[in-house]
Design a protein around this ligand. Structure first.
Ligand code: ATP
Ligand code: MG
Length: 389
């Protein structure tokens, strides 16, 4: 009668005017790649403004739905069956789906028909009423058109009809890779993986950079960052992580008596190194998990001081997001449990209890004049290790 498939609608991609085709092709390729990685044999098609994932026999529909829901650019996901655009075939498919999926349930229902193909004979109401009567007669459930417990969805496309009884929200946003490549400053904390996800959701393909201070910071901290990067990788078919040795820079700052300025000095080095790496890798922006006022290094004054070290554009997707909301999102993404593992970040090394929230630029520059800044940056870059995930 029908073939199992996942029916998806695209959200904002439709606003893209003349670039729409490029965005759609990117989305199709992304879904195909994510499927290939987990469910080989899927075929992804994009007829008539819909994205369809045809599943091979025996594939997990649940898993395929989860992958589609996690794919930026998709706004709605629905496991469906495809039948000929013919009222008899649609009614039979709806009856069979309802019997299989709603057996043993109680409550009201409705049938919702979307006429993508206006040439389909009769009205949507007539088709809905026909399917509704069949279900009512078979199961006795009451019809409720305004607040039903369950809904049968029928989508009439050109040359095909799609019937489904489940619908889920997708991630929304834009296809990964459609807006450009960025360099995410990824620590082991809660915020930066969430920032990376939000950048992906706005179409960014992410590379990550992690500053590691061995042996002051344990290898477990590095493993944690790798685990977090792995959470971001599937959405873009892999991720490159750059691990920068940061020990020499931190020890140099400590030995020069950086004291209350030290966190800011660390961060200015991180930004210099990240900007240089981004330029070398042709990445269009940096991306961080900074949130205004969250800690001393994230005051407006101090953010301005880190921006000054390069002309790189820095995306800060979380800049106005409250910590609680960031934590909620981290839980949904599955990064929270990794982030809260108790391992140290290099920003907490050799720092005073009360780091300055408003470092005077003159003092910062005077401190840095005592350091071989360019040499330290070049040395860290030269020893950077690349991990392909
Ligand atoms: P997070 O929870 O992401 O670690 P945080 O609230 O702990 O953030 P900071 O330690 O001040 O804040 O870091 C702010 C941002 O700087 C991070 O979100 C991240 O983008 C970047 N960052 C901090 N430490 C590192 C590091 N060791 N390697 C790479 N990026 C880092
Ligand atoms: Mg941190």
């Amino acid at each position: 009668m029908s073939t199992p498939l996942i029916f998806c609608r695209m959200g904002e991609v439709w606003l893209k005017g003349r670039n729409r085709d490029r965005f759609l092709r990117r989305l199709q390729a992304n879904v195909q790649a994510s499927m290939d990685a987990e469910i080989p044999g899927c075929v992804v098609r994009m007829p008539h403004a819909r994205l369809l994932v045809h599943l091979p026999p025996g594939a997990s529909v649940e898993r395929a739905v989860a992958i589609c829901r996690d794919t930026p650019g998709i706004s709605l996901v629905s496991p469906a069956v495809e039948v000929a655009p013919d009222a008899d075939a649609i009614e039979e498919a709806a009856a069979a789906l309802v019997a299989a999926r709603w057996a043993g349930q109680d409550g009201s229902f409705r049938v919702k028909v979307h006429r993508g193909d206006k040439r389909f004979p009769g009205t949507s109401t007539e088709l809905g009423a026909r399917i509704g009567s069949r279900i009512l007669l078979t199961h006795g459930w009451p019809v409720d058109l305004t607040r039903p417990d369950r809904t049968v969805y029928v989508d009439l496309a050109v040359g095909a009809a799609f019937v489904s009884v489940e619908r889920y929200a997708g991630a929304g946003g834009l296809p990964v890779g459609s807006t450009g490549r960025v360099l995410l400053l990824l620590s082991g904390g809660i915020d930066s993986p969430v920032a990376g996800y939000l950048a992906q959701k706005r179409g960014c393909d992410v590379e990550a950079i992690y500053f590691h201070s061995a042996p002051h910071v344990s290898e477990a901290s590095r493993d944690k960052v790798v685990a977090l990067a792995r959470k971001l990788a599937p959405r873009q078919g892999g991720l490159t992580l750059h691990v920068v040795p940061f020990t020499r820079i931190q020890e140099t700052i400590r030995d020069a008596g950086g004291s209350r300025l030290s966190v800011l000095l660390y961060r200015r080095f991180m930004y210099r190194i990240a900007a240089a790496l981004a330029a070398r890798r042709k990445l269009l922006a940096l991306c961080t998990g900074e949130s205004l006022g969250q800690v001393a290094s994230q005051t407006l004054e101090n953010l301005r001081l880190v921006d000054m070290v390069s002309d790189a554009l820095t995306l800060r997707p979380l800049i106005t997001t409250d910590k609680q909301d960031i934590m909620d999102l981290a839980r949904r993404l599955g990064t929270y449990d990794i982030s809260v593992l108790p391992h140290q970040d290099c920003c907490t090394l050799f720092v005073p209890e009360h780091p300055t929230t408003r470092a005077p630029i003159g003092l910062v520059v005077a401190h840095e004049a005592e350091l071989a800044v360019d040499e330290l940056v070049a040395d860290a870059l030269a020893r950077t290790e690349v991990v392909a995930l």
